[in-house]
Write a new protein. Structure first.
Length: 277
């Protein structure tokens, strides 16, 4: 009898385990359906292929999360307010695309081009710009002449091209923990090209800007508190009203820079005497 009861109890436990597996599987399946993108990568490719000169593909407001969109030419499509979270944009040409208000958090943008795109108010948090932890200049994304007014940007942009980009009121400061495994704590623009960029009132607190090219950039009222500007090229930049409190200015080149006498927090900045005037 004891053996029989033991076998019955074992059968009950096995049945309960199988039921739990079924419930979990159903839950996962339901979740995958709930978060599925509006369109497949094939759908998007077809729409872009059908697009003609002067007629943009209309993809605005779409859920395009976690899709493989690598190497696609978006032909200046309208992706405003679309959600591209976690999608792969490696090698994609998004030049001239409308991404106003779009979400590009956690996207992969190895060698992607956003030149001349409209990304005002867009969110670009913690993208993957390189295939390894060691940045490769050839893999750096390009945002040349891109409009990023009021955008939220945080990530590694070493070697990236932001020349002539408009980052007025953009925020590049840390946003705190996101719940993901993280290996960076500040935005990195190491050796990035920000020449002639408009950074008026941009928040670059804690940003790594070592050896960045900021020549001719407009940094009026920009927040550079705790930023690392060692070796940065600020030749001819407009620093009127910029806040450099506790920023590291060692080796920063400020030859011909405007508004030096109006800089805030200069007496609290680090290595001021090591600036190259």
């Amino acid at each position: 009898m004891a053996i029989a009861r033991h076998r019955i109890e074992a059968i009950r436990r096995a049945a309960a385990t199988r039921m739990w597996v079924v419930i979990v599987a159903a839950s996962v399946a339901g979740s995958s359906v709930a978060i599925a993108a509006d369109l497949t990568a094939f759908d998007i490719t077809s729409r872009l292929h059908a697009a003609t000169d002067g007629v943009r593909a209309d993809l605005k407001g779409r859920d395009l999360t976690r899709l493989d969109l690598s190497d696609l030419d978006f032909k200046q499509a309208d992706l405003s307010r679309s959600d591209l979270f976690g999608s792969d944009l490696s090698g994609a040409n998004l030049s001239g695309v409308n991404l106003e208000g779009a979400k590009l958090d956690r996207v992969t943008l190895v060698a992607a081009r956003f030149d001349g795109a409209t990304m005002n108010g867009a969110s670009l948090l913690r993208p993957s710009a390189f295939t390894s932890l060691r940045p490769d200049r050839k893999e750096a994304p390009s945002f040349k002449a891109t409009s990023l007014r009021g955008a939220h940007i945080f990530g590694r942009f070493t070697y990236a091209n932001f020349s002539s980009a408009d980052l007025t009121d953009a925020t590049c400061a840390p946003f705190g923990r996101t719940g993901f495994i993280e290996h960076i704590w500040r935005s990195e623009f190491l050796s990035a090209d920000l020449s002639n960029a408009n950074l008026t009132r941009a928040d670059l607190s804690h940003a790594l800007l070592s050896f960045a090219n900021l020549s001719g950039a407009n940094l009026r009222d920009a927040v550079l508190r705790d930023a690392d500007l060692t070796g940065a090229n600020l030749t001819g930049a407009d620093l009127t009203g910029a806040d450099v409190t506790t920023a590291d200015l060692s080796g920063a080149i400020v030859t011909g820079a405007k508004g030096l006498e109006t800089i805030k927090g200069l007496n609290e900045a680090l290595n001021v005497a090591k600036m190259i005037r």
